[in-house]
Design a protein around this ligand. Structure first.
Ligand code: FES
Ligand SMILES: [Fe+2]
Length: 454
């Protein structure tokens, strides 16, 4: 074996203890020809190919800001939540200095998870394989039978691998493995204005109600992420029956819904959001709607936000965090191979909501976008349908159409950044444009970049 192990000190920002790998373990494919943002065409191989999927983990997930958890999940030191960044398991916890930190959930000894619970409170993380134990600051606290090691064994070189940057925005915690990232707020850009329509109704912010719902879908993670970025178009057809059920009694909402107008935001970082403006049929929970103080919201957020993204809509923060403002649904599409994703979904509400309003919002979100929600079922069915046939040899080579609204992107003067029509693929094209850019760019961990980063 020619590889050498290089354990590094606790202050090292980049993941430590990595091997010097042969370069061809991480061969990269040029994806330029697979995404045509100008022509609005997409090659289906990006949803099915295992090698491209591995490249996504390296070049899309490893360098990006990824959603970890909500700040309301951490109140006292030792509170923790376990999740994933790409396919990497991580622990998010509040340390003794009340700092939110995140670690790779993999023991430095033989690699078992050091925390197998989904959430809870602990004093330390003890691996159940041989018993190595780690403090809340990630350092190695104790090693059973330590006298079996030589005197050279240094515990401070074998702490948990820490996620180098963890930042939050209005209650949403994101982390990145990139040792020198663009700050989170900067990477959100104008998208933050749209996010505030859900997160910043008043100065108390949001809290989580209920637990985290988790379910598996047989579809590529990008199908869900892109739809939440760009696809109001499917609503009329896919959700026709759900819209009927939710319509005010005696009215059929379809015509009004079909002819809605609105805007769709997109940006160069791959973020996207769409929303109807002044919709006649409301599809939010009545109890929540009646509780909302729209005058106060207008004063705080402005008319443009209240008439649009606060009232309805969908959004994705690139790559795999999405939300639905009126449902209070936030979710991550965890990649589990090219053909599978795991959906993790939270319900968030305004902290200022009284209990009965919180409960109304929680139930409304479950009815519509819980694992068996009437809209969620339609969406999952579509993604699984698309995925199920896309491995066919001929099928896989037939391009997909993302041409709706080609050339309609502009600054409209009312909504920040670049917007298009409500019915448009603009944010989808931007999403895949960003994906293409990252897939063709060496990430911080690749040898060519190391010489400039070190
Ligand atoms: S794998 Fe964790 S102590 Fe051995
Ligand atoms: Fe949908």
């Amino acid at each position: 074996m020619t590889s050498t192990i290089e354990p590094q000190g606790a202050a090292t920002p980049a993941p430590r203890g990595t091997l010097r790998r042969p370069a061809d373990l991480a061969r990269n494919i040029d994806v330029s020809g697979l995404v045509d943002t100008e022509g609005g065409l997409l090659d289906r191989v990006i949803f099915t190919d295992q090698q491209l999927y591995r490249q996504e983990l390296r070049r899309v997930f490893a360098p990006s800001w990824l959603f970890l958890a909500h700040t309301d999940q951490f109140h006292k030191p030792g509170d923790f939540f376990t999740t994933y960044m790409g396919e990497d398991p991580v622990i998010v916890t509040l340390d003794r200095d009340r700092r939110i930190r995140a670690y790779l959930n993999s023991c430095r000894h033989r690699g078992a998870r050091v925390c197998r619970a989904e959430s809870g409170t602990t004093r330390n993380f003890t691996c159940t394989y041989h018993g190595w134990s780690f403090n809340l600051d990630g350092s190695l606290a104790s090693v059973p039978n330590k006298d079996g090691y030589t005197e050279d064994f240094s515990a401070d070189q074998w702490g948990l691998v820490e996620v180098p940057h963890v930042e939050s925005y209005h209650g949403l915690i994101f982390g990145t493995w990139n040792p020198q990232p663009v700050p989170l707020r900067e990477s959100l850009g104008d998208m933050a204005w749209y996010m505030d329509a859900m997160l910043d109704h008043d100065e108390q912010g949001t809290v989580v109600v209920g637990g985290v719902h988790k379910w598996v879908l047989e579809g590529n993670w990008k199908l869900a992420a892109e739809q939440f970025a760009t696809d109001w178009y499917h609503v009329n057809m896919s959700h026709a029956s759900a819209l009927m059920v939710l319509a005010p009694s005696g009215k059929k909402p379809k015509d009004e819904v079909v002819h809605r107008t609105g805007r769709q935001y997109s940006d160069g970082n791959g973020n996207g959001a769409g929303f109807p403006v002044h919709p006649k049929n409301r599809f939010d929970a009545r109890t929540v709607h009646e509780w909302m103080d729209y005058d106060a919201l207008r004063a705080r957020l402005g008319e443009a936000r209240v008439e649009g993204p606060l009232t309805n809509g969908h959004a994705t923060v690139f790559p795999n965090f999405s939300y639905l403002p009126v449902n209070g649904s936030i979710r991550v599409w965890h990649p589990k191979g090219p053909d599978r994703m795991e959906v993790w979904a939270w319900t968030i509400v305004d902290k200022s909501m009284p209990p009965e309003v919180r409960e109304a919002q929680r139930l409304y979100n479950l009815r519509t976008f819980g694992p068996s929600g009437i809209f969620e079922q339609d969406d999952g069915e579509n993604w699984s349908e698309v995925q199920a046939i896309s491995h066919g040899f001929i099928t896989n080579g037939v391009a997909l159409n993302y041409q709706m609204g080609l050339g309609s992107e502009r600054e409209d003067g009312r909504y920040p950044g670049t917007t298009s029509e409500l019915y448009s693929d603009a944010a989808g094209r931007a999403f895949y444009g960003r994906w293409r850019e990252l897939m063709n760019t060496p990430a911080w961990h690749e040898p060519a970049m190391r010489s400039t980063n070190e």
